[in-house]
Design a protein around this ligand. Structure first.
Ligand SMILES: NC(=O)c1ccc[n+]([C@@H]2O[C@H](COP(=O)([O-])OP(=O)(O)OC[C@H]3O[C@@H](n4cnc5c(N)ncnc54)[C@H](O)[C@@H]3O)[C@@H](O)[C@H]2O)c1
Ligand SMILES: O=C(O)C[C@H](O)C(=O)O
Length: 332
């Protein structure tokens, strides 16, 4: 029997990530090739005409899975009945800016949209915050939408995870699909810690450790980490715009794995509400290795954390504690 359509909200849908993301959702890249969707697209009034143009293109593309499109500048209308909310709306970082610089503009948006989601989304709506500062926007959304279960509010670090897979794949000259179980710890910022200590490459002869295959700890502990940490800035420098197609694709990966489950013996990175696992202060949205099953994520437990990693996990946690304080000062 055909499935009922799910309603997917994309905020900031007239922006560049939105423009890349909505056709991916309409093609089934987010919820599966047999899952009909109704898209709810929100943007602000100055972008209304452009948003309507995106709607026209969605109609013109005649996607078989797309059962309806709502384009609106009204947050309540946009949030009503949604099963999945992808929060992309906000102001992007420009060349030379740190994420902290976009904090004051964006956290107030997330406070306001929290209450629209809390009051009007479907029960058990899954929320993914993409807009920067992604972890702290998600935390603000969680704090101002207290009736949404905290496990339903996440932020995007899957792009960083995919970037780490990409760097290892290029270094070893193996297909990216054979590299797995990297971890992005912490903040979606330049303090994030891309960790390959548990990562493997699947070969015909079984799984091999990335650290052993690369056989160059200096590269893995140095250039590899900074390349992943600085990739967003490198894209901004190259395009004069922040990443969009890779962000949209990673947002689809994040929701797909959350809803449909992670592959066997494979974890992914998601920004989730910290319960204190791995000595991270509780009450932050922190990126952890997770597996997903039946629509629920759980943090992978028991990974060995060496001294080098410990310092990096703590540094990115400290930045999130600072961001939280700063966010509250912007809201007061
Ligand atoms: N987490 C990640 O991995 C990741 C990756 C790339 C970009 N980003 C972030 O995603 C966000 C969007 O990036 P972009 O390149 O699409 O930016 P963009 O400027 O092209 O689009 C943002 C859109 O949001 C809209 N908007 C602004 N305020 C809004 C509001 N209150 N409600 C609804 N819509 C609103 C704007 O009108 C615009 O259309 C930025 O914050 C960017 O830094 C995050
Ligand atoms: O780095 C940025 O500001 C853009 C985005 O978060 C990215 O990682 O590409």
């Amino acid at each position: 029997m055909a499935k009922d359509a799910l309603r997917v909200l994309v905020t900031g849908a007239a922006g560049q990530i939105g423009y890349a993301l909505v056709p991916m959702i309409a093609r089934g890249a987010m919820l599966g090739p047999d899952q009909p969707v109704i898209l709810h697209m929100l943007d602000i009034p100055p972008a209304a005409e452009s948003l309507n143009g995106v709607k026209m293109e969605l109609v013109d593309a005649a996607f078989p899975l797309l059962k309806g499109v709502l384009a609106t500048t009204d947050a309540v209308e946009a949030c009503t009945g949604v099963n999945v909310a992808v929060m992309v709306g906000g102001f992007p970082r420009k060349e030379g800016m740190e994420r902290k610089d976009v904090m004051s503009k964006n956290v107030s948006i997330y406070k306001a949209q929290a209450s629209a989601l809390e009051k009007h989304a479907a029960a058990n709506c899954k929320v993914l915050v993409v807009a920067n500062p992604a972890n702290t926007n998600a935390l603000i959304l969680k704090e101002f939408a207290p009736s949404i279960p905290e496990k339903n509010i996440t932020c995007l670090t899957r792009l960083d995870h995919n970037r780490a897979l990409g760097q290892i794949s290029e270094r070893l000259n193996v297909h990216v699909g054979s590299v797995k179980n990297v971890v992005i710890w912490g903040n979606h910022s330049s303090t994030q810690y891309p960790d390959v200590n548990h990562a493997t490459v699947v070969t015909q002869g079984g799984e091999k450790s990335v650290r052993e295959l690369v056989a160059n700890d200096q590269w893995l502990n140095g250039e590899f980490i900074t390349t992943v940490q600085q990739r967003g800035a490198a894209i901004i420098k190259a395009r004069k715009l922040s990443s969009a197609l890779s962000a949209a694709s990673s947002a689809c990966d994040h929701i797909r794995d959350w809803v449909l489950g992670t592959p066997k013996d494979t974890w992914v990175s998601m920004g989730v509400y910290s319960d204190g696992s791995y000595g991270v202060p509780p009450g932050l949205i922190y990126s952890y290795p997770v597996t997903c099953e039946k629509g629920e994520w759980s943090i992978v437990q028991g990974l060995k954390i060496d001294e080098f990693s410990r310092a990096k996990l703590d540094a990115t946690a400290n930045e999130l504690v600072e961001e939280k304080t700063l966010a509250y000062s912007c809201l007061s």
